[in-house]
Every structure is written in C-alpha cells, then in structure tokens.
Design a binder for this molecule. Structure first.
Ligand code: HAM
Length: 417
C-alpha cells in the first residue's frame, strides 16, 4: 500500500475541527485589523525565492522542492509566502490602491527539511504582510496581530522576542566587527568562517554550540544601529508598551531569511520541544527591488506555523470548543416511511439544521445504533402510523425525554422556538 511522503500529515476527525476553529479565528482577527485575504500559486519561478529569500540561506541552499517542467523552466514549491505576496502586489498593481495594503494568507508551505516533532516537509503558515508602509507603528501593529492571535487561539506561555538588525547602512560596521572577531578567534566552524564574509548575520544564529560560545561577550547589532534605526526601534517598543504587549529584546534574533531590515521578531513557546518557534517576521523594505521591480516598497509582516500551534494547544490539553447544535436522526420502517424521512431530512438540511438518515439499508436497531455513534441530539422513528397522522415522537438521545411533534413543526422545534 502506498504511504504518504515523510514529513507530511493527514488531518481528520477532531484535528480537522481544531484546524477549522483556528482558521476561523485567524479570519476574524485579520478582518478586525482591516486585512484582506490573498491566495497565490503553490509554485512560482525558482528565481523569486532565490532572489527574494537569498541565495546563501538554508532555505535556498538546502530546502527547496525545485523541479523543471517539460519546457525546462525551473519552478519551486513555495518555501514561504512573503516573496510571493510581494510579487502579486507588484504584478497586480495593488500599489495603486490605498496604502498600506494589508494582505493575509493561510496555506501550505514546502521545505525539504529532516522531519522531527514540529518540523515537516509540508506545513501550513498563516501570515500577514503590510505593504507600502515604513512607520514603526506599522511594525507595532503587525506584532500586535500576532499577540492577539496567540490570545484568541488560546496559546499560553509564549514569548515575543524582538530585535533590530538595522538597515544595510547600519550593518556595514557590524559586519566588519563579526569578520574581525571570526578571523582572530580560534574554533569557529568552517561554515561560520565562510559566512562571516558571505552573510555575517548567519554567524549569529549558527546552530553549533561552540560557535555560540565564541560569540559571548561580543557586541551585537543593536550596538551598531544608526540614529534613524535606533529611533525606529524605540518607537516600535513604545507602541508595544502602549498596547501592554509583553516582549523581550533579544539580540540573538536575526531570522533565517535575507530580506529583513530593522525590526525582526519571533514567538517561542517551550512546551512544544526543540522546534519552539511558533512564528517569526519583521520588516523587509528592500524585497521588492531584489525580486526585480523598479519600485521600492517598504513592508512588514510575519508568519505563524499552524502545526506548531496545534502542538501547543495539545500540550496544554486544549481541545475543540464544540458548539452543540441540535441535530435530528430520522429513522424509518418501510419504503413509504423512508421516502418521507428523506424528505424531512433534506428540508432540515436546507434550513442549515444538521439532520441524518441511514444510507446502508440498516434495520431499525442498526439505524438507532448508528444515530448513537454519530452523537445526534434527537431521533425520530417513522412508520406507517406516523405517516398517516403526520406526526411523530421526537426523543432526546441523552435524556430520553420525548415529545410528539407534527411534521409541520419539526423546524420550529429544532430551532428551539
Ligand atoms: P519562517 O521563520 O521561515 O518565516 O517561518 C515562519 C514559521 O513557520 C516558523 O516560525 C515555524 O512556526 C513555521 N515553520 C517553518 N518551518 C517549518 C517546518 N519545516 N515545519 C513546520 N513549521 C515550520 C517565514 O517564512 C517568513 N516568510 C515570515 C514573514 C512573513 N516575514 C515577513 N513576513
């Protein structure tokens, strides 16, 4: 039997309900911030990610699902969505509409990573991008969306960690500092020795413990911010303080994608294991130019990994908040009663009232067992007598309480009127 690919999951049953509930919350929160949904293709030209995310990043170097089509064009299953949203913004002339454009998404992402708890090859991100705005208040508002989602979805114990990696102008001196430090210090891994020149920020988040220990006591990016970047970061923090959003300034947060400037942030929760990042984001003012546009469009946003949200909810013992809706199972004895039962069930469904009927030719006992398994609120049995009188007994499946109802009053009864 063919099995699903490693690092992918089937979502069904209670899990599917949890996902639906989470997605509904996301739509509501994004709507309340005035954001509109955007859906972009699952695959894009490979160059979009190479140039957008950065050719020295792990994503581009090791994790992309890239393939050629029959005309030998190189495509990639999207390993993130920010570059796609920027492309769509430019391609569809969304810059001609009001600013900022607030665009959010929920959808699958693909990265060829080694699977482990919280790390998959296909996973789901929700994200939001504010395009055409460079104010620190926009960064603050974006972080406040992440905060509100954590609250409304019900995640406890998460921490928001923020940092500023400055604009390219601020970064020059910091890069020199890192290069000098790596050069004069024994023990950095061979990747860091290389990264110090190709992408010095990657030295800061090297996974090697030895490299991390060699960085202790060195200056960090915040020490090198120019005046403009410092003011920007201060204003972001002031915004969060005004909204009473708790955060920690963490100079170790540099993010793994190359497009970031100034504000960056991540959200972590310890309860889900080693892959503790629930989400991350930041400002990316140069992204549009790097993917080939002549325009310059500032932007800020984040993405959350929804599988990790599910893990966090499960670790907390949180489950679906099922709103009990009254449902009716209509059982029948005989052909005539079956036709009437079908009619009643269809009419109830048309009025958005959950109703069920047997489709497997079960006998009455079998039908009632089935109703029990489905957890229906009420059941009703139709036989010749009921058809003739046009009324039947409706029974509450849990309490056993019974009531005779005319067929014409079933809707009213089910709606609790
Ligand atoms: P990212 O940090 O690469 O950022 O991914 C965001 C989140 O996706 C992570 O924090 C994590 O929760 C989840 N995630 C990443 N990789 C995996 C995986 N292999 N399995 C399960 N979950 C995973 C971005 O993608 C940026 N585009 C975020 C952004 C939006 N920045 C600005 N706007």
């Amino acid at each position: 039997m063919i099995k699903r690919p490693k690092g992918t999951f089937d979502i069904y049953g209670m899990d599917a309900k949890l996902w639906k509930q989470m997605e509904e919350t996301i739509h509501h929160v994004c709507y309340s911030f005035g954001a509109e949904e955007i859906r972009t293709p699952i695959f894009e030209f490979t160059d979009l990610f190479v140039r957008g995310v950065g050719d020295t990043t792990d994503i581009v170097q090791k994790e992309m699902y890239t393939f050629s089509d029959r005309a030998d064009r190189s495509f990639t299953l999207r390993p993130e969505l920010t570059a796609s949203v920027m492309r769509a913004y430019d391609e569809n002339g969304l810059h001609n509409l009001h600013k900022p454009q607030k665009l959010y998404y929920i959808g699958p992402i693909f990265r060829a990573e080694t699977p482990q708890k919280g790390r998959q090859r296909q996973f789901t991100q929700m994200g939001i991008e504010y395009l055409g705005v460079d104010s620190p208040e926009a960064d603050g508002e974006v972080i406040s969306i992440a905060y509100m989602l954590l609250k409304k979805i019900g995640i406890e114990g998460a921490t928001i960690r923020i940092n500023s990696i400055g604009s390219p102008a601020s970064r020059k001196e910091f890069y020199t500092h890192i290069q000098e430090h790596v050069e004069k210090t024994e023990g950095f891994c061979k990747f860091c020795k290389e990264r110090a020149y190709t992408n010095p920020l990657r030295v800061i988040d090297c996974k090697n413990e030895e490299c991390q220990s060699l960085l202790i006591g060195t200056k960090n990016m915040l020490d090198f911010l120019n005046k403009e970047d410092t003011i920007h970061f201060e204003e972001v923090k002031k915004y969060l303080d005004r909204m009473h959003i708790p955060y920690i300034v963490d100079p170790k947060i540099v993010r793994g994608l190359d497009y970031y400037v100034k504000t960056v942030f991540e959200i972590h929760v310890d309860s889900i294991g080693a892959q503790s990042a629930l989400g991350g984001g930041g400002r990316y003012d140069g992204l549009l130019k790097s993917i080939g546009s002549s325009k310059d469009t500032p932007g800020v946003g984040f993405a959350l990994g929804l599988e990790r949200f599910v893990l966090a909810l499960q670790a907390q013992g949180k489950w679906v908040d099922e709103k009990e809706e009254n449902s009716l199972f209509v059982a029948f004895i005989g052909e005539k009663a079956k036709e009437k039962a079908e009619e009643i069930v269809f009419a109830l469904r048309q009025a958005d009232i959950p109703a069920e009927i047997d489709l497997l030719n079960r006998n009455l006992r079998g039908q009632m067992k089935y109703a029990d398994k489905l957890g229906m609120t009420y059941s009703m049995v139709l036989g010749e007598d009921e058809i003739e009188k046009e009324k039947a007994i409706i029974k509450h499946m849990q309490t056993g309480e019974e009531k005779e109802i005319a067929f014409s009053n079933i809707h009213q009864f089910m709606e609790g009127k």
